[in-house]
Ligand binder design. Sequence first.
Ligand code: ADP
Ligand code: ADP
Length: 233
Amino acid sequence: MKIIETSHISRRYVMGEEVIQALKDVSISVSKGEYVAFMGPSGSGKSTLMNIIGCLDTPSTGKYILNNQDVSEMSENELATVRNKEIGFVFQTFNLLPRQSSLENVALPLIYAGYNKADRIEKAMLALKGVGLENRAGHKPNELSGGQRQRVAIARALVNDPSILLADEPTGNLDSKTSYEIMDLFDQLYSKGNTIVMVTHEDDIAQYAHRIVRLRDGLVESDKVNLNVKKAK
Ligand code: ADP
Ligand code: ADP
């Protein structure tokens, strides 16, 4: 079953006289349960594509079908609704609320989704357990290591059971040992059937994914099954 399907999408940015063609013609599909890495040098269009896949932006031309919904021409409000339901975001900088505990951070998306407090606590605890942090529920971000913060962010991304975990440079702020821990967690999430789309410029990190798509100058340069998937453990 296809979760992501882009057909001939392009994205241009107009800055005064200058037109930047960040994506030229990108057709990609990702099926449920895949673990894909998008790679490419700075300026190749990774962030632009990621923003479109994550429903933060829409293509200039072409079509994007996300979980059977045509999102290419949705309004901001419609996009926000789809985004909250379908996408779990993980960022390089974790983006946790500093004054809130792990549990409160993880429970945040459940407030928007309309769950009552008891259900929020139960679901957030379960998500924390899923990343091995049930014993850090009351800790605030500054009481956690970098790797633990990222695991809280991953629990928050998954708490609403999204169709896709979309991770933008998830190990960018972590040392190599901690990066392996996060890649080990991604291995576990993949084994449980999660669909993972990761953007990274680090070849070493991309090797944990089961498929590697390389972008260059706004085009897909290659799209290959990774025959030598690295295991973090
Ligand atoms: P990435 O390019 O890694 O996907 P972003 O597009 O979010 O990350 O980059 C944020 C800013 O940092 C942008 O202005 C981008 O041009 C710049 N940038 C990203 N990677 C590099 C790099 N390797 N060297 C210099 N600047 C970079
Ligand atoms: P990457 O993430 O691979 O570094 P980006 O998608 O950030 O690549 O950028 C692709 C191209 O689009 C670059 O030339 C970049 O400068 C340009 N670009 C990205 N975002 C914007 C923007 N908001 N406005 C204008 N140009 C942009």
